[in-house]
Each structure stands twice: as structure tokens, then as C-alpha cells.
Ligand binder design. Structure first.
Ligand code: BEZ
Length: 202
């Protein structure tokens, strides 16, 4: 069976390290969704019993229902094109990599030239066992600052994401706020300066 080429929308670690044989890359926006650390990770950035938090995209109305700012009401990220010759292998790799609760979905994304593209996007939703959902900011920060798993410290995931967004000149108010709050517990090398950040705002 032949496999068509496809566009992939990246909003997290795939932006910096897609490790895929893409042939085109362009900045793009997915309307109606926001980045949130609402997916649990007990296999990469945490362990069972002390899970970390990793990104998913959440519909903007769900963010508002949690009393959070809607920001731009859209998620800025990157579109990668995977041509037919590599599409089957790329899909298999992506499906394996995102097997812990992410669904392969299709959404309409607008690239920076205003062209609308149907793109694949991996989303974790509340209907998966690793889902953690929303939490007060101080609790998110405490978890991000302390969790670690086989792929490393959770805080390094947040720092790498923040760095990538800066490099791409993407401002995400939610990620900025988390990084600023986490930064109060970190030294310049990224090591924790407090044994355990409080789960409540001081
Ligand atoms: C991404 O970078 O697009 C991505 C982030 C988390 C899970 C799946 C994909």
C-alpha cells in the first residue's frame, strides 16, 4: 500500500528535535488550542507514583472553564512536510514515540503565509490513563521542578521548550509564566535551590 505525504503540526519537543526526514518546515498556527502541561509522564519525565508533566494541546474553551487566561486562543508552532517516500516510516516512528496516551488527530492549521493545511497533530485527551489535567500554577511548578524519569528531569523539558519558543520568537504566556515561577527555585545552571518548591503560592 502506498502512503501519501503529510503535514505534521509540532508544538512541543518535536519543534526542536523532530528526528524525521522532513523536506519542508514552516511556522504555523493551530486556532482554538493552547499548550498545557496536563498530560502525565511516568515513563519519560517521571516514574509511576511520581509522574512528571508533559505537553498536550487543550481546546481554548476548556482553558477558560478552568478560569485561566485564553491568551491568543491559538497555538503557534511548526509544520513539517513528510513526503510519500518517507511517510510510512515517519508515521510508525511518531506513533511509537507518542504511544503513552496521545492520539493521532487531524486539524486545520494556517501556515505563516496564510495557507490552510490539513495536518496531523498528536493530542492527549482526558480519556487516557496518564492524563493529569489542570492544577494550580504553584502545584504545576512544584511537580515540574521535582519530577524526573528515564529521559531526565521534568524541569529540563520545560527549559528546553522555553528556549525553543524563544528561538522561534513565539510568546506563549502560559509557558512564560511557568518558567518565571520555576526560575525562582533554580540557579543559573538549572539546579534546584530549594529542596521542594511549595505547592501553594507564598
Ligand atoms: C509535539 O511537539 O508536537 C508533541 C508534543 C507532545 C506530544 C506529541 C507531540
Amino acid at each position: 500500500m502506498t502512503q501519501d505525504g503529510f503535514w505534521l503540526f509540532a508544538y512541543g519537543s518535536l519543534m526542536a528535535r523532530p528526528a524525521l526526514p522532513w523536506t519542508q518546515r514552516v511556522e504555523a498556527t493551530l486556532p482554538g488550542y493552547q499548550r498545557r502541561f496536563w498530560q502525565g509522564s511516568h515513563d519519560h519525565r517521571g516514574v509511576p507514583g511520581a509522574p512528571g508533566r508533559v505537553l498536550t494541546l487543550v481546546p481554548t474553551e476548556d482553558v477558560e472553564n478552568e478560569g485561566e487566561e485564553r491568551g491568543e486562543g491559538a497555538c503557534e508552532g511548526l509544520l513539517y512536510y513528510l513526503p510519500p517516500a518517507v511517510a510510512k516510516g515517519a508515521l510508525a516512528r511518531l506513533d511509537y514515540r507518542e504511544k503513552n496516551g496521545y492520539l493521532r488527530c487531524t486539524r486545520e492549521v494556517r501556515d505563516r503565509f496564510g495557507i490552510r493545511r490539513r495536518a496531523l497533530v498528536y493530542l492527549a485527551t482526558p480519556h487516557n490513563p496518564a492524563w493529569l489535567g489542570p492544577a494550580p500554577r504553584a502545584e504545576l511548578v512544584a511537580q515540574l521542578c521535582t519530577a524526573q524519569g528515564p529521559s531526565g528531569r521534568n524541569i529540563d523539558y520545560l527549559r528546553a521548550l522555553h528556549r525553543t519558543l524563544r528561538q522561534l520568537r513565539i510568546t506563549d504566556p502560559h509557558i512564560e509564566a511557568l518558567m518565571a515561577a520555576a526560575g525562582r527555585h533554580l540557579n543559573p545552571a538549572g539546579a534546584l535551590t530549594t529542596a521542594r518548591p511549595p505547592k501553594e503560592e507564598p
